[in-house]
Design a protein around this ligand. Structure first.
Ligand code: KIV
Ligand code: ZN
Length: 387
């Protein structure tokens, strides 16, 4: 099976999540977690952004041995010098340089013409290459870039020495079928594309980041940029746990694998949430509190008989404890009876019927019924019978 590389940008784009500011120690802890998760490349930060970020990247570069370590740099000599100083002690250093290529960014942000942007991209890739390490180049806002200009820039930077060309959907505007065509168009129209790998970096403004990354894989993308828990600028990026589990659960859909160590997913997700201070939404795919919780009676009955009735992956496969049955107004008698037995109450059918009626009444006034509630119902039930 073809392997796609995972480029993790939790420590760079993920740190651009509003309110997140990681210390050097916190970045180092997350980097070690990412190494255990077995990502291929860690983008440790944006070296020119601050002294603290520079120091953190340097520390990550010195410590991490199994993954490549990258720093982001705008396409300027000053940024590239700083990025190189930060990553040069890494076992496998990479400079990731970028410039915007869409009309809207060139006109309003850069105030540069296409030729000026082209020349700067090519010259700065050559400059980064002169440091002696791998160079990745990104066309910021690639998905809104005029295709002919995108092809021209990509051809130029590959000739200049970029070994990875990244196609960001910077504002999360693209839909999967369209993104597939963009990547396919690059493969068909950039003459030297075989000399580089195509990467994609998808934002989640419309909730399509993972779907877009998967569409790009189908079109031949070789590197996917992700973050843990989907953190990142605005609505975030492709979530590493969603991508990795989709490729594992539905290999026939994509025909590729990534090297992610699935059993570490839950631990890494929790660690990142704790250190960034960003809670995981309860219904978040794969790692949310409710991702393996079952509330309705029909579902509870099903999973008690065989978990595959309502679970497409096991919680254990991502390093979580077993599924949980949540008792509420949709819960059925089957699961309720099992719960009573688990709590140590072996009761007659008649008594169970009686307690179950009381339990249903309780669900009208209480959203989630805890074990203690069921215990006191069971005790009350016994007392009622004893009278
Ligand atoms: O979203 C984006 O375009 C980026 C680039 C710098 C890769 O984060
Ligand atoms: Zn981004």
């Amino acid at each position: 099976m073809r392997k796609v590389k995972i480029f993790d940008t939790t420590l760079r784009d993920g740190e651009q999540t509003p309110g997140v500011n990681l210390s050097i120690e916190e970045k180092l802890t997350i980097a070690k977690n990412l190494e255990e998760l077995n990502v291929d490349i860690i983008e440790a930060g944006f070296a020119i952004a601050s002294q603290a970020d520079f120091d953190a990247i340097k520390e990550v570069a010195k410590t991490i041995k199994k993954c490549k370590v990258a720093s982001l740099a705008r396409a300027t000599e000053k940024d590239i010098d700083r990025a190189w100083d930060a990553v040069k002690e890494a076992k496998y250093p990479r400079i990731h340089t970028f410039i915007a290529t869409s009309d809207i960014h060139m006109k309003y942000k850069l105030k540069m013409s296409e030729d000026e942007v082209y020349n700067q991209a090519v010259e700065m890739v050559k400059y980064a290459k002169s440091k002696g390490c791998e160079v990745q180049f990104s066309c910021e806002d690639a998905s809104r870039t005029r295709p002919e200009f995108l092809y021209r820039v990509l051809e130029g930077v590959i000739d200049a020495g970029a070994i990875v060309v990244n196609i960001p959907d910077t504002v999360g505007f693209t839909y999967p079928e369209e993104f597939y065509e963009i990547v396919k168009g690059i493969k068909e129209n950039v003459p030297n594309i075989d000399k580089a790998e195509i990467a994609v970096h998808c934002h989640n403004d419309l909730g399509l980041a993972t779907a877009n990354a998967l569409a790009a894989i189908r079109a031949g993308a070789a590197q996917i940029e992700c973050t843990v828990n989907g953190l990142g600028e605005r609505a975030g990026n492709t979530a590493i746990e969603e991508l990795a589990m989709t490729l594992k659960v539905r290999p026939e859909g994509y025909g590729v694998e990534c090297g992610i160590n699935h059993s570490k997913i839950y631990h890494v997700s929790k660690t990142v949430s704790k250190l960034t201070g960003v809670d995981i939404q309860p219904n978040k795919a794969v790692v949310g509190d409710n991702a393996f919780a079952h509330e309705s009676g029909i579902h509870q009955h099903g999973v008690l008989e065989n978990s595959s009735t309502y679970e497409i992956m096991t919680p254990e496969s991502i390093g979580r404890a077993k599924n949980k049955l949540v008792f509420g107004k949709h819960s059925g008698k089957h699961a309720f009876k099992d719960k009573l037995i688990e709590l140590g109450y072996e009761l007659s059918e008649e008594k169970i019927d009686d307690i179950f009626k009381k339990f249903k009444k309780l669900t009208d006034i209480k959203k989630e019924i805890l074990d203690e509630d069921i215990e006191s119902l069971a005790l009350g039930g016994l007392r009622t019978v004893e009278k």
